[in-house]
Design a protein around this ligand. Structure first.
Ligand code: ITT
Length: 193
């Protein structure tokens, strides 16, 4: 079965494919030659996930999933939050990480969580699925794997950052996999899969 994700982020697409496994064929905007930027001007993860899903559904006519994710840092009052992708520079992971680490360099409270909100849109309307993973931020970057803020985030009960873990390990416990599991349960309950 095809799962169409309204994303330009190939890291996300790859993670979602790994999480869903080979029973699903994960496609994304580039597979439909949709290369223009989607303006994410929502005020919440839900609104931005909806904007992406609706764009893709309107363009392709196919059931579409928007994934809006981010890092929420307690000591920064929830930032970077919905601005995670463009906190310091547009999709410049290195600069974004530097900015977060700099802003909390004297801060003893390192609590943070990753969140994913999925919006599934088809002819019947929209449904939302959320996943979160809580943990602490490091003082410097550790690890090469993953993407985004993975090198500075250690999930609770672990002693490695997401970027030091094997992808399978991150994908077992991540915010994205929790949201996707809820989404699959929904598809099951609808009899779609
Ligand atoms: P699309 O909108 O095209 O899907 P995007 O990268 O702009 O791609 P978001 O708006 O959801 O996606 O931004 C999420 C940002 O949050 C992303 O660019 C990363 O910097 C960060 N992020 C999201 N999920 C992450 C994860 O699993 N690990 C580390 N950082 C993540």
């Amino acid at each position: 079965m095809e799962i169409l994700i309204a994303t330009h982020n190939l890291h996300k697409k790859e993670e979602i494919q790994q999480i869903l496994g080979t029973d699903y064929i994960v496609t994304s905007l580039s597979d439909y030659d949709l290369n223009e930027e989607i303006i994410e001007d929502g005020k919440t993860f839900e609104e931005n996930a909806f904007i992406k899903a609706k764009y893709c559904f309107d363009k392709t006519g196919k059931p579409s999933v928007g994934d809006d994710s981010g890092l929420v840092v307690e000591a920064l009052g929830g930032k970077p939050g919905i601005f995670s992708a463009r906190y310091a520079g547009n999709h410049n992971f290195k600069k974004n990480i530097e900015k977060v680490l700099d802003e909390i360099k004297d801060e003893p409270n390192r609590r943070a969580y990753f969140i994913t909100v999925l919006c599934y849109k088809d002819n019947d309307g929209e449904h939302y699925f959320e996943g979160r993973v809580y943990g602490n931020l490091t003082n410097e970057v550790f690890g090469e794997d993953g993407f985004g803020y993975d090198p500075i985030f250690i999930p609770d009960d672990y002693n490695q950052t997401f970027a030091e873990m094997l992808p399978e390990e991150k994908n077992r416990i991540s915010h994205r996999s929790e949201a996707l599991k809820k989404f699959l349960e929904f598809l099951n309950s609808k009899g779609v899969v």
